[in-house]
Design a protein around this ligand. Structure first.
Ligand code: NAD
Length: 303
């Protein structure tokens, strides 16, 4: 194995089943000491169980090192205690995979405020709280690899998942800023949008697709994104062994001429505004601001 996690301490949230379990098993097989976090509730977030302990048993049986943790990612005190115990037991936290999640699918017309709040709380707030709890440790040790979990529902939309989609695109936004703030401390922050047959997708995949979409087929991309030589600020799609990169792009646009900054001018130039030739991938919000200034300068040069 040329890519190992020897000496690394990893926390994987929601690792009592599905994708998180697969990440935890392979991280441990490749030498990491792993905190297997899971509340162990149902798909909608209700209840709890010893799901994390079972995965720890599997890791131990395979010769790996792991501890179970039943914290809810939505509870700051429980999350801080989880991070403290990893720090005290193993002397650091190098990798965090924010993976825990629940579903409360309904069309927006039928979605209650509670359905919206719980899903945003577990995915978005949970990812922020867990990251906050390891952030100072990673800054102090000048090393950190954080993987956020988004979804095609957040990046591209999906009927019946307004709550989930909002949370999942929010997570990608969180990563965008954290990668900028973490760069100086070698904290690299990436986002994965997985596709896998788990209990979360059990009503979507037909039986003949289950093997193809085994969570194990997402593991290579996820582990690369938390490895020593990981990139940063990437949004990566992974499913059935196919690995893709997703970008948020910006068109060259059109600078409304002075004196013609009107609704009609926008309408008349809509094709030009949305023309994708020459589009770029800004690396920060400031970079977009620079493109605005450049577009204005270009019009002044031609007027
Ligand atoms: P899963 O239901 O098997 O895994 C989610 C885990 O999170 C569960 O074990 C659950 O107990 C745990 N969890 C839920 N709430 C928690 C809380 N408050 N604290 C701690 N743990 C909690 O489903 P999965 O498909 O393995 O999902 C893993 C991640 O991947 C999720 O973030 C999901 O949204 C995302 N995702 C999955 C797919 C897919 O195709 N399976 C697609 C896009 C995104």
């Amino acid at each position: 194995m040329s890519i190992t996690f020897d000496g690394r301490v990893a926390i994987v949230t929601g690792a009592g089943g599905g994708l998180g379990r697969a990440y935890a098993l392979e991280l441990a097989r490749r030498g990491a000491r792993v905190v297997v976090n899971d509340l162990g509730g149902a798909r909608d977030g209700s209840g709890s169980s010893d799901a994390a302990a079972k995965v720890v048993e599997e890791i131990a049986a395979a010769g790996g090192t792991a501890i179970a943790n039943g914290a809810s990612v939505t509870d700051p005190e429980q999350v801080e205690a989880m991070v403290r115990s990893a720090q005290e037991t193993w002397g650091g936290v190098h990798i965090l995979i924010n993976n825990a999640g629940i579903l409360r699918d309904r069309s927006f017309a039928k979605m209650s405020a509670d359905d919206f709040r719980s899903v945003v709380e577990v995915h978005l707030l949970g990812s922020a709280l867990c990251t906050k709890a390891v952030w100072e440790i990673m800054r102090a040790q000048a090393y950190g690899r954080i993987l956020m979990t988004s979804s095609s529902s957040g990046l591209f939309g999906n009927f019946g998942q307004a709550n989930y989609g909002a949370a999942k695109l929010g997570i990608a936004g969180l990563a965008r800023t954290l990668h900028l703030e973490g760069a100086k401390y070698d904290i690299r922050v990436n986002t994965i949008a997985p596709t896998a047959a788990t209990r979360m997708t059990e009503d979507i995949f037909p039986p003949d697709m289950l093997a193809l979409f085994n969570p194990d087929n997402v593991v290579p991309a996820a582990l690369y994104l938390v490895s020593e030589d990981a990139p940063t600020n990437m949004i990566v799609g992974a499913g059935a062994g196919v690995v893709q990169a997703t970008y948020v792009t910006l068109t060259q646009g059109y600078a409304l001429p002075e004196g013609r900054r009107t609704v009609e001018e926008v309408a008349a130039n809509w094709d030009r505004i949305t023309d994708r030739s020459g589009e770029i991938v800004p690396q920060s919000g400031a970079e977009q601001a620079m493109t605005i200034l450049r577009a204005l300068q270009a019009t002044q040069g031609t007027s």
